[in-house]
Design a binder for this molecule. Structure first.
Ligand code: FAD
Length: 453
């Protein structure tokens, strides 16, 4: 079909098949809507193809090496040689393909029509999709969801060149660790890449824009990240000049992502951005029949937020009284040790609530952490005055990323220190640290000395 030909009427049209878009498609289809999903590259979006999944795969690969090294004193034999990153890349691609294939088959079995091509608005309810070099299709939608995600932006002084200077996604594809690597940035992506490549043998310099990694995180987590970076042998340059230094074999820049909206011709549909983003209401509505979810909306650019918005918009499209109104969006960092946070930092909690109670439990006092030589971490819980409700949770240590789920639920349900302290946590597990931190907040710790008042 070529330009000017007739259009196909569709019920729900979703632009972008990342974690926001494909989840919205599946949920809307569950409610009986007929869904057409337009994807310019591969379903799964940045997250599955070049973000969350491959970055965590690399982080885990590198961590297995350093964990084995940490167990050498307990009899684990030394590695015979350096890790084979070329072989790893094959296994990484296989994992990505499995997950993308899984999403494709879910979409197929839900009856979602997937159209390959790049879409843009050509009217209030009309979208044109470039399906090939000379082929174009038009769709007239009843409802549309914009889920086109975001892309990394390079500073003008340090443009990506596809080779030496790259964004984080390209840095996940290397088949050999660079001898010298400069990571420019201080967000979780920069921290994770710096640690992974340092563990794989690169000499890494982290050039941070500010004074500390993970700005916006609770100061204790930020400090834990800094200590872990230093312990991994990474050179830290605070307040760095982003122009980059020619001395490095490779440079990876992670300082900004911007919503992918510029090629959508929003104005043609009477839509507009607010700043860089699309401003939506609690129902994710941008206009009467146009919704937006994921990285194109203001908020933490994270896959689990996009997916939760996808569920919510799918329910709204299904006529349900749904909204995206969560209190917390947890954040996880696969740094030298796993870090996880949900809710308010100590500073924010004090500013918002005045008096708060902080319970901090060191992993050095936890049986499981001693077994795993992971005694440098902690659980820090911040409660309202008198021990409740839980306002913020900050974890450092193994499986922090999994353990934060309990605490996110506790915050959403306004659980108190007593609720956490009185819930039996299995022994010996890292989960016990949260229960113990709640007891510290209540002034009755068992496994650390009680502070005398
Ligand atoms: P995307 O995943 O960006 O998907 C958008 C899709 O839309 C893409 O597939 C794109 O091809 C398509 N598209 C764009 N324009 C058009 C168009 N005009 N027509 C048709 N299709 C179009 N988040 C986490 O929660 N945890 C992590 O561990 C994590 N790690 C990350 C690591 C890295 C290196 C990076 C770069 C990101 C990471 N993220 C992580 C962030 C996460 O990937 C994003 O927040 C998430 O993918 C956003 O989902 P989305 O659906 O909004 O958009």
């Amino acid at each position: 079909m070529v330009a000017g030909d007739q259009s196909d009427p569709v019920d729900v049209l979703i632009l972008g098949g990342g974690p926001g878009g494909y989840v919205a498609a599946l949920r809307a289809a569950q409610h009986g809507r007929s869904v057409t999903l337009v994807e310019a590259r591969r379903v799964g979006g940045v997250c599955l193809n070049e973000g969350c999944i491959p970055s965590k795969h690399l982080a885990r690969f590198a961590a297995v090496k350093s964990t084995a090294e940490a167990w050498r004193g307990a009899g684990m034999p030394a590695f015979a040689g350096p890790p084979d990153l070329r072989a790893f890349q094959k296994s990484r691609q296989a994992a990505v393909n499995t997950l993308v294939g899984g999403v494709e088959s879910l979409l197929k079995s839900a009856g979602v029509t997937v159209v390959a091509g790049e879409g843009r608005f050509v009217g209030r309810t009309r979208v044109c999709v470039q399906t090939g070099e000379e082929s174009i299709r038009y769709f007239d939608f009843k409802d549309c969801v914009i889920a086109t995600g975001s892309a990394a932006v390079a500073p003008a002084e340090l443009p990506f060149d596809g080779g030496r200077v790259v964004d984080a996604s390209r840095a996940l594809e290397w088949e050999e660790p660079p001898t010298t690597l400069q990571v420019v940035g201080d967000d979780y992506i920069a921290v994770e890449l710096a640690v992974a490549y340092a563990r794989l043998g690169s000499h890494v310099t982290l050039s941070m824009l500010g004074e500390r990694p993970l700005p916006g995180f609770d100061a204790d987590l930020s400090n834990a990240a800094l200590q872990g970076l230093k312990a991994s042998g990474i050179e830290i340059v605070p307040g760095a000049d982003v122009r980059g230094a020619p001395a490095f074999d490779r440079v990876v820049v992670s300082i900004k992502r911007t919503p992918s909206l510029d090629r959508l011709d929003l104005a043609t549909a009477g839509l507009r951005k607010t700043g860089d983003f699309l401003k939506v209401d609690a129902q994710l509505r941008l206009d009467r029949h146009v919704f937006a979810i994921g990285d194109v909306t203001e908020g933490l650019p994270l896959a689990h937020r996009a997916m939760m918005q996808g569920r919510a918009v799918g329910d709204v499209l299904g006529g349900q009284a749904a909204a995206f109104e969560t209190t917390v969006v947890p954040q996880v960092v696969f740094a030298a040790q796993e870090l996880a946070t949900a809710g308010l930092t100590e500073q924010q909690a004090k500013a918002a609530h005045g008096e708060v109670v902080v319970g901090r439990f060191p992993l050095a006092a936890l049986g499981r952490a001693v077994i795993e030589s992971a005694t440098g971490g902690f659980a820090k819980l911040i409660f309202g005055s008198g021990g409740g409700p839980l306002l913020g949770a900050h974890l450092a240590g193994p499986r922090a990323g999994d353990l934060i789920a309990e605490l996110a639920l506790a915050i959403e349900m306004a659980a108190t220190a007593d609720d956490l302290a009185l819930t039996v946590h299995a022994h010996p597990t890292f989960a016990e640290a949260s229960m113990e931190a709640a007891e510290v907040a209540l002034g009755r710790p068992i496994h650390i000395r009680r502070k005398r008042s």
